[in-house]
Design a protein around this ligand. Structure first.
Ligand code: NAD
Length: 506
């Protein structure tokens, strides 16, 4: 694969060196009430580059004291500041200006994200950056279209009853490291379009693009206190935000285990609203009438995307028995073509994993499944050298109880099982639905009856058929233990609003 020509300038070694040098100089600071300031503890956390394991930057180690300050600033900005009271057209204009500012420096932002999260520049430019901008502009458009309803009969006799949609208030946004730029921008765009103010707690393993988004918010004129950013660990800063009694909503993307604790914190504090985008173990169903070349290429490309650290990645493949060998052969060939290396190099198709701990966890799941009888056809090992690289991995001969079939590996590892040629749609759906998760399901088939029959049967927030269509901002979110609530578009925006019913007599 070669980079899209328009973005070849992204692969500039001098620019990367200059960026690393400037990150090393960056003072650790939190954004609170429009000002960059040290954490109350004055402590800092080191952020390493997953591509080589070397230190990249230091961030402020925020804790409950900083969260208190940030929430107070956000509350003041909500209660007394201009943001929720601005004409919606003005809020929209500022969000469009933010999108333009991000677009102007998309190459530099992609380099930052690639160094910090490890992903390939190509995937960030074509994926996270493009999708983030699309989502931000989409939300900017929705800012002027937030509406309540007026039942027609309420005008009887001169009275009028209706309901309003108002911004919910102070939103806590807690985000993961696997798509740090996109997760922060999507949540922030929804919060701001709705007229909320926000406190962002980015992932401590890859927080740098969030800080740059904060700088750009100030630069385009979003008022002080509307966007606050408290970096720090989940245990210190994240937990304090989830427990805070003056936060009205927490929108969280991350693991199911932490999602549970966020829900418990909401219950024990002020019953704040909670949106949870959690883990997945997405099934891929491949039928004999599918285009096997396309299916194999897409399945491998998806597990290589973000080195498998992608919540919706199809990681459990169920293939119709008669095409099992043909599909596996194609997947192996596609895996063999993958070039693994630092994300900022033009000839890398797949970057490193985020950390040694994540890599160890993946190795453990693969090792455990092999010990239980799974067959390793490709990979399965860490790659030597600096950085946290993992071989593209293919496991077969799996049974439903093996860890590789049940747990979110979050690594470039595919587990392949099969279903009988004469299996009914109910039986195939039962295999796919045999999971605690329900974030995404992929289906490769041409028969319309198979496609529609399975769409109805799959327990999943999303079904992607034959690679999907082109719409990027459909509602996104899961069922079962993949969470609840949806992001994107007016559905995502509505989570950041509250309904007020008005019974207006005369
Ligand atoms: P994580 O749950 O460990 O951390 C996510 C965020 O929560 C981080 O900012 C972390 O600091 C914070 N956090 C940790 N403990 C906390 C606590 N007790 N209270 C409050 N905040 C706390 O997840 P991760 O490892 O950063 O991300 C990977 C996970 O995210 C995977 O499970 C993946 O599937 C999921 N994910 C889901 C989606 C989706 O849209 N459904 C998207 C991306 C990632």
């Amino acid at each position: 694969m070669t980079p899209v020509s328009a973005d070849t300038e992204a692969y500039d070694a001098h620019a990367l060196d200059a960026l690393r040098a400037s990150l090393a100089q960056r003072p650790p600071a939190l954004l609170i009430d429009g000002r960059w300031q040290a954490a109350a503890s004055a402590a800092a956390l080191q952020v390493d580059a997953p591509g080589d394991g070397l230190p990249l930057a230091h961030i402020a180690a925020g804790d409950a004291r900083d969260i208190d300050l940030a929430v107070a600033a956000a509350r003041r900005a909500f209660r007394h500041g201009p943001w929720p009271r601005l004409p919606a057209t003005r809020r929209a204009a500022l969000l469009f200006a933010l999108a333009d500012a991000i677009e102007r420096e998309r190459i530099e932002l992609a380099r930052l994200e690639s160094l910090d999260a490890g992903h390939t520049l190509r995937s960030i430019l074509a994926g996270d950056l493009a999708l983030g901008l699309r989502s931000l502009r989409d939300y900017a458009g929705w800012a002027t279209k937030i509406a309540g309803e007026t039942p027609a009969q309420s005008a009887d006799a001169g009275a009028m009853d209706y309901f309003l949609r108002e911004p919910i208030g102070v939103a806590g946004l807690i985000t993961p490291w696997n798509a740090p730029f996109l997760m922060v921008l999507q949540k922030l765009a929804a919060a701001l379009a709705a007229g909320c103010t926000a406190v962002i707690k980015p992932a401590e393993l890859a927080p740098l693009s969030a800080l740059r988004i904060g700088e750009l918010c100030l630069q385009v004129g979003i008022p002080a206190g509307v966007v606050n950013i408290v970096t720090g660990t989940g245990a210190a800063a994240g937990r304090a935000l989830a427990e805070h009694p003056d936060v009205d909503l927490v929108s969280f993307t991350g693991s199911t285990a932490v999602g549970r604790s966020i829900l418990a914190a909401a219950a024990h504090s002020n019953l704040k609203r909670v949106v949870l985008e959690l883990g997945g173990k997405s099934p891929v169903l491949v039928f004999a009438d599918a285009d096997l070349d396309r299916a194999a290429a897409a399945i491998v490309a998806e597990i290589a995307f973000k080195s498998g650290q992608y919540c919706a990645a199809g990681s459990r493949v169920y293939v119709q028995a008669c095409v099992r060998e043909a599909l596996i052969e194609r997947m192996q060939a596609a895996m063999d073509r993958l070039r693994v290396g630092p994300g900022h190099l033009a000839d890398s198709d797949m970057g490193p994993m985020i950390s040694q701990a994540q890599r160890e966890r993946a190795l453990d799941i693969v090792g455990h499944s092999r010990a239980a009888g799974a067959r390793l056809l490709r990979g399965g090992h860490a790659l030597p050298g600096p950085g946290y690289y993992f071989e593209p991995t293919l496991l077969t001969d799996l049974t439903a109880d093996m860890r590789a079939m049940r747990e979110e590996i979050f690594a470039p590892a595919l587990a392949v099982a099969s279903f009988a040629d004469d299996a009914s749609l109910d039986q195939v759906a039962a295999l796919a639905n045999d999971s605690a998760y329900g974030l995404s399901a992929k289906l490769w088939a041409r028969d319309v009856g198979t496609v529609h029959g399975l769409i109805r049967r799959l327990e999943s927030g999303q079904v992607v058929v034959n690679g999907g269509g082109g719409e990027a901002v459909l509602p996104f979110g899961g069922v079962k233990q993949s969470g609840y609530g949806r992001e994107n578009g007016h559905v995502g925006l509505s989570a950041f609003t509250e309904i007020k019913s008005v019974r207006l007599g005369y």
